[in-house]
Design a protein around this ligand. Sequence first.
Ligand code: AMP
Ligand code: MG
Length: 414
Amino acid sequence: MEIDSMEYLPVSAAQACILEAVNTLGAETVPLARSLGRVLAEDICANRDLPPYDVSAMDGFAVRSADLDGVPVELEIIEDIRAGDLPAKMVQAGQCARIMTGAPLPPGADAVVRVEDSQPVTESRVQFALAVKTGHDVRPRGENMRDGDVVLPAGSEITSGAVGILATVKAAQIQVCRCPRVAILSTGDELEALDAPLDPNKIPDANSYALLAQMQALGIEPVLLGIARDDPDELAQYLQRGLEYDVLLVSGGTSVGVHDYVRPTIEKLGVQMRFWRVAMRPGHPMAFGTTERTAVFGLPGNPVSSMVCVEQFVSPAMRRLMGHKNLFRRTVAARLTHPLKKRPGRTEFVRVKLGRDGQGYLASSTGTQGSGVLLSMAQADGLLVAPAESAGLEAGTEVMVQLLDGSAYQSEAG
Ligand code: AMP
Ligand code: MG
């Protein structure tokens, strides 16, 4: 994609440019217990029929359904069959077997009657008042999976349910797409490290940790490179270290201020920059470039802006690297509870809380939307996307909201 570096790229064009430049990483092996959230790099096949034979779906009695045509009927109990046992006897006319959930149906029987629908007569005799059809409360052989079937294709995300299936087919070690190795670098003379004493003249380094958390939410454990001062030589040293990773996230210093050295330094180090500006708010300036080995994101210094840029650009790229097919946050339609001022030209991402009424979701701004007001992000359930061309939205307008971390739960049971 040919892009004029001074152009303000629309958000979708910037996303397309980034996604064109990154590919799914190779495979690695992980133990099953560490596989949640990863993406399968191999097809997973069933290694037997499950259930391995027709089994009972209930605790009850295995019967010949024809015997129950003339209910009420009394039958002789010939044996007890538990899950994991094999039946020893054939059920003949007038007979039944006591059977537990998951136990194999004995030969001769073709249906199961639950205990609740039977009346004990003696230790070895039982009465039934209801007729059943063939197959009643029987789970047929292979209902779960059939030997050799692909149960989870390569490219599937490993959810908790998938972990259960992997355990079922005894996949103790699994081939998954490798996680990107990610480095995070904050830049700025004014920044105060987390462990430095509080200095009222400094700005605490929020970005290193907010970005760290955003990566952790994706299942990635990044490395914090620390804080580089606004000095080209020091910055070059830090950036060089960052270029040993699959992905380097640099925040601050990417603008055109006299102390913004990221841009010239990064280019000197051989990073091919694809773009520097995106038509969005918050989030400008936002840069992206690549080397053979590393995707480099130049994020805005303002904490909210950098987090919003991670949401729009970095996370989809990370998910592609990790092998995911669904790259973007789930969006929901919601109605605005208040008017929203906006000028046409840039896509705006408004931090909102979500509520509900009888008709669906309601979106309300978290309040002050300044790009340095990190509380607006901490309180948000989602990012309302106000389209670039919009010249303001009226109360009641239907809008799309990208759901953020922590929005998957609600206070009342559904
Ligand atoms: P810059 O893009 O370097 O001009 O930074 C823009 C604003 O973001 C300035 O007010 C910086 O102090 C602030 N800022 C930059 N980096 C960080 C950071 N790591 N944590 C918190 N604020 C930051
Ligand atoms: Mg700076």
